[in-house]
Design a protein around this ligand. Structure first.
Ligand code: FES
Length: 662
């Protein structure tokens, strides 16, 4: 059983909590408010509860006296249930009464994640476009003195139906020795030529047109490892996949070292135009991929010689930069890239420290601002094969949106700015340990609780935390729709510094930086701009095909933020349309999943190319409709509140506890 039943007294609020989840997190999920000032790091000692029944496991309880511990007092942030438990909030830790919390309990906690590789495996055929083939060649004789290469081709045709084969020149110098060393038993690594000639691609998955990229003596098919990469503007993710066992061996990530040259793609395009700029950017991204590969090899005990192919998905600018192709024209009207379907290239030729036979393939892009990462994401999400209309949203520095079904696909990219990645925000950080990710406040006492990623001392606020805090402050009536704080409330947390109002999320005594962690009105403006760009992009795309938000069957969210996003909060700030919550789901790192699918199925490789060709991209720059939506969406949740009927604001008036506006 992976869940346990947790009951919080005195209000008897209960929920099914994930096993291992802290009692503080369970309280947050249940809408029970516990005083928690340090983000769950055991340092403030305020999140006290009594254990009334059941079994728990705890970490650091040193903030409690021995007598308190003997009295079965716990710190909620440091303990998790190992059986069904009942705990009672200590009066001093309680924020208001839990009936308030019960009213506010979210209908859905996080975005549902439905697209794991395991879930998808029955929907496509495992047929990798690069794989190894064991061969038994006939030994030459006076009667049959064909060349070694002809002999290899004959065996490939006879044993594996490869009738259309070319050979890498690189296999020739060692071919004679290799075949004889293996006593005419050999393994050929075959790469589908669609990696090289996408424009000539065939729809016939049975047609094995391939290039021999390596020949080894004996049968080595038990070792087939490929590398898949998601080249993000901020973060690069990698996975090693064992094609023989069809499983992911390890996953690792690192920040894209290009960050030193600029946070967003436009800055990097500008940098690439300067002197050695392009070379420096290319070296930086390749160095990061190499570093991620080092981590993967360390985790698996494999070495670089075990890798025989690389598939990468990234936005169009990242794809250009990793290949060393100038992206300059992408930011000039009419925003045309040099290439959308680059042929595969030797990994070594772009600087990766991999053997000569390893090729690097980039998933094709759609347009200058609609890259292979989105094509891979659409592939992973699967709606390109369905009748219902689905909206796919990739949240990042750029918000990329795809709308459509099996008949048609259309897309748009909107620059959200760096706020969702923690940029352009005074105390903003990326989603990293110590980042504030959850926030709740009691509007009667103005006491709040926060949770940080990894439950360590708070160091700043990440994109998810920003959405959470703004939604919470707005719905609790502390923030006006235009993003300005109410200054008439009896709380010292809203204050003015240097002529600007701000909210103290964490005071210096409890922060990991030794300084107050604050949210300023300027920060809020930047977040509202980011969410307005995404919302306006969605509405513009819908209008361009004469659809309304209510016509959407599903909304699939992708990107690093999605893991921690609270759907309810996203709708409360006006990031996503106010639709039934069950229509939303989360695809995880769609780019990485899609790259993996391409590596494991010729059919999926072909589908990725078809998706890239089928998507009609709409440029939002200078689009009047987009600008109108954008201006209207820069409020919380929107200037037209009738679009968000479920968003409620707290009212202290006694007649009704919750006032519905809109
Ligand atoms: S000690 Fe638990 S939140 Fe501070």
């Amino acid at each position: 059983m992976n869940s346990v039943h947790v009951t919080f007294l005195p209000d008897s609020v209960d929920l099914e909590a994930e096993r291992g989840e802290s009692l503080l997190q369970a309280a947050l999920d249940a809408g029970v408010y516990i005083d928690a000032a340090c983000g769950g790091t055991a340092s403030c000692g305020r999140c006290r509860v009594f254990l009334r029944s059941g079994e728990i496991e705890c970490n650091d309880l040193s903030a409690l006296s021995e007598a308190e511990r003997e009295n079965r007092m716990l710190l909620a942030c440091q303990c998790h249930a190992v059986s069904d438990v009942v705990v009672e909030l200590v009066e001093s830790s309680r924020i208001a009464d839990s009936s308030y919390g019960a009213v506010e309990r979210p209908s859905t906690k996080k975005l549902r994640s439905t697209y794991d590789l395991e879930v998808e495996t029955d929907d496509w055929r495992f047929d990798p476009p690069v794989d190894k083939r064991a061969l038994k060649l006939s030994a030459p004789s006076l009667e049959d003195n064909a060349s070694d290469l002809s002999r290899l081709f004959r065996a490939l045709s006879r044993e594996h139906r490869y009738d259309d084969v070319i050979a890498d020149f690189a296999i020739l110098p060692t071919l004679s020795q290799t075949l004889r060393t293996g006593d005419w038993n050999a393994t050929a690594t075959m790469a589908d030529t669609r990696f090289e000639y996408q424009h000539l691609s065939t729809d016939d998955p049975e047609r094995h047109s391939a290039r021999v990229i390596r020949v080894e003596p004996g049968d080595t098919t038990a070792r087939q490892t490929i590398l898949v990469i998601d080249i993000g503007t901020t973060t690069i993710w990698g996975q090693l996949v064992d094609l023989t066992r069809r499983e992911v061996l390890a996953t690792a990530s690192d920040y894209n070292a290009q960050i030193s040259f600029g946070e967003d793609v436009i800055t990097r395009i500008l940098y690439s135009n300067k002197g050695e700029g392009l070379a420096k950017l290319q070296t930086a991204v390749v160095r990061t991929i190499d570093g991620v590969l080092d981590k993967l090899l360390l985790k698996t005990g494999l070495n670089r010689d075990d890798i025989f192919h690389v598939t990468a998905a990234g936005n169009t600018i990242m794809t250009h930069l990793v290949l060393g192709v100038p992206p300059r024209t992408i930011r000039e009207t009419p925003y045309v890239p040099t290439v959308t379907s680059p042929p595969q290239v030797r990994a070594r030729d772009i600087g990766l420290r991999l053997p000569a036979h390893v090729y690097f393939y980039a998933v094709p892009s759609v347009a200058g601002f609609m890259g292979g990462d989105i094509v891979a994401g659409v592939l992973a999400a699967g709606f390109y094969r369905e009748d219902d209309v689905t909206l796919y949203v990739d949240l990042g520095t750029n918000g990329e949106i795809v709308l459509g079904n099996r008949e048609w696909l259309t897309s748009a990219s909107c620059s959200a700015g760096p706020a969702f990645e923690g940029g352009a925000v005074k105390c903003g950080v990326r989603a990293m340990p110590g980042a504030v990710i959850e926030f709740r406040i009691d509007p009667r006492t103005y006491r709040h609780m926060i949770v940080t990623m990894g439950q360590i001392r708070p160091i700043g606020i990440c994109g998810v935390g920003l959405i959470d805090i703004i939604a919470e402050l707005f719905t609790k009536g502390m923030l006006e729709p235009n993003g300005s704080f109410r200054t008439d409330l009896p709380t010292e947390r809203i204050r003015s510094r240097s002529g600007e109002n701000e909210y103290v999320v964490v005071d210096a005594a409890n922060s990991g930086t030794g300084m107050d962690i604050v949210l300023t009105e300027s920060d809020i403006v930047n977040v509202l701009r980011a969410k307005a760009a995404i919302y306006a992009g969605i509405m513009t795309l819908l209008e361009s095909v004469s659809l309304e938000a209510s016509d959407l069957s599903r909304i699939i969210v992708s990107g690093g933020l999605g893991n921690f996003l609270e759907l309810e909060k996203c709708i409360q700030v006006g990031l996503f349309p106010d639709l039934p919550r069950e229509r939303f789901s989360y695809v995880g790192n769609g780019s990485l999943i899609g790259a993996r699918l391409v590596s494991m199925s010729r059919e999926m490789l072909g589908n990725a190319e078809k998706i890239a060709n089928r998507i009609t991209n709409i440029e939002l720059i200078e689009n009047r409709m987009f600008m109108d939506h954008y201006v209207s969406a820069k409020f919380i949740p929107h200037t037209d509140t009738s679009r968000f009927p479920s968003v409620r604001r707290w009212s202290s008036q006694p007649a009704s506890e919750l006032e519905i506006r809109g």
